[in-house]
Design a protein around this ligand. Structure first.
Ligand SMILES: [Mg+2]
Ligand SMILES: [Zn+2]
Length: 249
C-alpha cells in the first residue's frame, strides 16, 4: 500500500491517446495513429507527478473477429511508442467483453480497477478520468473523480486539458503556501494566458503575450511561482519583472 496520496490519470485508449478506426478495432500496426499533442501532454503530466493508468474496453477481444494476437501486436506497438518517449503506464486494464455480456469490468462499470483502488491511495481532488465517450464520463462519476471528455478531432485536443489540470494543481499549491498571509494570490503560470492576480483590493488581468514565440523557461516560472506565493515581490513590481511579456487590460 502506497501511503502517499497519488495523482492518478485514468486514461482511455482508443479515441483518447490513439484514434479509433471506423470499425472500432485497432488490430494492426497500420491502424495506429496518435492523437495530436498526446506525447508532449502526457510528458507534462508525468513531469508534474501524475501517474498514468490505462483503462480500455476492447469489445470482443479474443473472438474470431478480433483475435488476441492481432490486438496484442498493435497494443504492444502503441506501448513501445509511448515508452520510447518516456511515457509509462503504471497499470493497464482491459475489458474484453461485449456490452451484452453484462460483465462487471466493462466501463462504465468499475470492476477492472477495484483492486487498484484498494492498493493505491488516490488524491481525489487531483485525479481524473480522461476519455472520449459518455461511458468514460459515467465511469468517472462512479469513481467520484472528475471526468474530462476529449474530442480527438479538435484542433488542439490535449493542450487545454493539461493546462486545466496543471492550473488546478498549481492553485492548490499556492493556496496552501499562502494560508498564513492576509493576501490571497491566485496565479496560474502553467497556462499561456490569461494569468490573474487578485488581492481582494486589486484585480489585474495579465496576458502573457506571444508566449510561444518568447517562452519563459519552466525553471524561471517555478521560481516566480514561489516568489508570488511567498509574496517576496510586491504585485506592482511584476510588470517590470516580466517586461515585454505583459499586456495590461
Ligand atoms: Mg474511447
Ligand atoms: Zn468485462
Amino acid at each position: 500500500m502506497n501511503s502517499d496520496n497519488q495523482k492518478i490519470i485514468f486514461l482511455d485508449r482508443d479515441g483518447t491517446i490513439i484514434f479509433e478506426p471506423g470499425d472500432f478495432q485497432v488490430d494492426s500496426i497500420a491502424k495506429v495513429q496518435l492523437v495530436p499533442e498526446v506525447i508532449s501532454s502526457l510528458s507534462r503530466l508525468i513531469d508534474h507527478g501524475y501517474i498514468l493508468v490505462m483503462v480500455t474496453n476492447q469489445d470482443g477481444l479474443g473472438s474470431n473477429s478480433f483475435p488476441e494476437t492481432q490486438f496484442t501486436e498493435a497494443h504492444e506497438y502503441v506501448l513501445e511508442l509511448f515508452r520510447s518517449q518516456g511515457i509509462e503506464f503504471k497499470d493497464i486494464f482491459i475489458c474484453p467483453h461485449f456490452e451484452t455480456d453484462n460483465c462487471d469490468c466493462r466501463k462504465p462499470a468499475t470492476g477492472l480497477i477495484t483492486e487498484f483502488l484498494v492498493q493505491n491511495n488516490i488524491d481525489p481532488q487531483r485525479s481524473y478520468v480522461i476519455g472520449d465517450r459518455d461511458t468514460d464520463m459515467e465511469f468517472s462519476k462512479r469513481l467520484k473523480l472528475q471526468g474530462i471528455k476529449i474530442d480527438p478531432y479538435a484542433k488542439q485536443p490535449w493542450s487545454s486539458i493539461v493546462d486545466e489540470i496543471l492550473s488546478v494543481d498549481r492553485k492548490a499549491k499556492v493556496v496552501r503556501q499562502t494560508n498564513e498571509t492576509e493576501i490571497s494570490v491566485e496565479v496560474n503560470l502553467a497556462v499561456s494566458a490569461p494569468v490573474s492576480i487578485s488581492t481582494g483590493m486589486v484585480f489585474l488581468i495579465i496576458c502573457l503575450n506571444n508566449w510561444r514565440n518568447t517562452p519563459i523557461p519552466q525553471s524561471s516560472l517555478n521560481v516566480m511561482a514561489i516568489w508570488v506565493s511567498m509574496n517576496i515581490i510586491p504585485l506592482k513590481m511584476w510588470p517590470y519583472l516580466l517586461g515585454k511579456h505583459l499586456v495590461w487590460h
